[in-house]
Design a protein around this ligand. Structure first.
Ligand SMILES: NC(=O)c1ccc[n+]([C@@H]2O[C@H](COP(=O)([O-])OP(=O)(O)OC[C@H]3O[C@@H](n4cnc5c(N)ncnc54)[C@H](O)[C@@H]3O)[C@@H](O)[C@H]2O)c1
Length: 262
C-alpha cells in the first residue's frame, strides 16, 4: 500500500528538477498525478515515465502566473480525475541580478511566477479542497529565510511564500486543509545550474565548490531529497503539521561558520 493511495495530486513545475522527482515519487506511492508545467514536452516525458512504471498521470501546459491558466489546470484535473486532494505549488524561476540593474519586467516576472503563482494555484484549488479537506504544499527556499546576494527579487518572493503559507494555514485549518512549504538549500537542478555551461572548467569547479560549501554537509542536495520531504508533508505521516516552513538545506541555515574553515 502506498502513502498516497487514491489521492489526486496536482504538481506545478512537474516537468523538471524537484517537481519531476516529486511527480515520480507521488505516483510510485499510489497518487494519480497532474504534471503541470510551462514546458509541455517535459511534462509529457514525466507522464510517460510514470506510465512506464505502471502509474497514472496527465500533463497540462500552464503558466502559473496567469489566472486563467491556474483556473484551467484545476478544472482539467477535476474533469479528468474527479477530485483534487493535493496541490503542490512548485514551479519557480530565478536568476542573479543586482537590484540597480534589474528591469521592472525582470522583477515582475520572478514575483509573478514565484509568489503570485502560489496565490493563483491556491485561489483556484481551495474551493475543491474545501469540499473534503486536503493538502497544499509550496516550494519556498532558504532564500526566503536569509538574504542571498544579487537575488533580492527571488528572496522577496520566497519570503512571501512562507508567510502566505502560514496565513493560509490559519484560514483553512477549519476545512481540514493543511498548508506547508518546504525550504530547500541548493539542489542540483537545471534552475540551480543556470549559466554553468558558460563557465570554463576551472570556474565551474570553483562555482560548484563554493555552492557545496554553503551547506554543512558540503554538497548540494538531489531533487529526490526534497521529493521525500514533500511526500512526508503531503501524506498522513504529517497529519499534525500545518503552517510550517520545513527546511531541508543540508545545514545551510544552521548558523554562521565563524572560526571554521567552511
Ligand atoms: N534548485 C534549487 O537549488 C532550489 C532551491 C530552493 C528552492 N528552489 C525552488 O524549487 C522549485 C523547483 O525548481 P527546480 O530547482 O526544480 O528548477 P527546474 O528549473 O528544474 O524546474 C522548474 C520547473 O518549473 C517550470 N516553470 C517555470 N516557470 C513556470 C511557469 N510560469 N508556469 C509553469 N511552469 C513553470 C519549468 O518549466 C520547470 O519545469 C522552484 O520554485 C525553485 O525556486 C530550488
Amino acid at each position: 500500500m502506498g502513502k498516497l493511495d487514491k489521492k489526486i495530486a496536482l504538481i506545478t513545475g512537474g516537468g523538471s528538477g524537484i517537481g519531476r522527482a516529486t511527480s515520480l515519487l507521488f505516483a510510485a506511492e499510489g497518487a494519480r498525478v497532474v504534471v503541470a508545467d510551462w514546458a509541455e514536452d517535459h511534462a509529457r516525458a514525466v507522464v510517460a515515465e510514470i506510465a512506464a512504471h505502471g502509474g497514472e498521470a496527465i500533463a497540462i501546459k500552464v503558466d502559473v502566473s496567469k489566472g486563467a491558466d491556474a483556473e484551467r489546470m484545476v478544472i482539467e484535473t477535476v474533469k479528468h480525475f474527479g477530485r483534487l486532494d493535493i496541490l503542490y505549488n512548485n514551479a519557480g524561476i530565478g536568476f542573479a541580478r543586482p537590484l540597480h540593474m534589474m528591469t521592472e519586467e525582470e522583477w515582475d516576472r520572478v514575483v509573478d511566477v514565484d509568489l503570485k503563482g502560489v496565490f493563483l494555484g491556491c485561489k483556484y484549488a481551495l474551493p475543491e479542497l474545501m469540499k473534503h479537506g486536503g493538502v497544499i504544499l509550496s516550494t519556498a527556499s532558504v532564500a526566503g529565510l536569509e538574504g542571498i546576494r544579487r537575488m533580492g527579487h527571488y528572496c522577496a518572493a520566497k519570503a512571501g511564500v512562507i508567510l502566505l503559507t502560514k496565513s493560509m494555514a490559519m484560514d483553512y485549518a477549519e476545512y481540514g486543509i493543511r498548508v506547508n512549504c518546504v525550504c530547500p538549500g541548493g539542489i542540483s537542478t537545471p534552475l540551480a545550474e543556470t549559466g554553468y555551461d558558460k563557465l570554463t572548467p576551472e570556474k565551474l569547479e570553483r562555482a560548484k565548490n563554493a555552492t557545496a560549501a554553503m551547506h554543512l554537509l558540503n554538497r548540494v542536495g538531489q531533487p529526490e531529497e526534497i521529493a521525500r520531504v514533500a511526500l512526508f508533508l503531503c501524506s498522513d505521516d504529517a497529519s499534525f503539521v500545518t503552517g510550517q516552513a520545513v527546511v531541508a538545506d543540508g545545514g545551510w541555515t544552521a548558523g554562521h561558520r565563524f572560526g571554521s574553515s567552511r
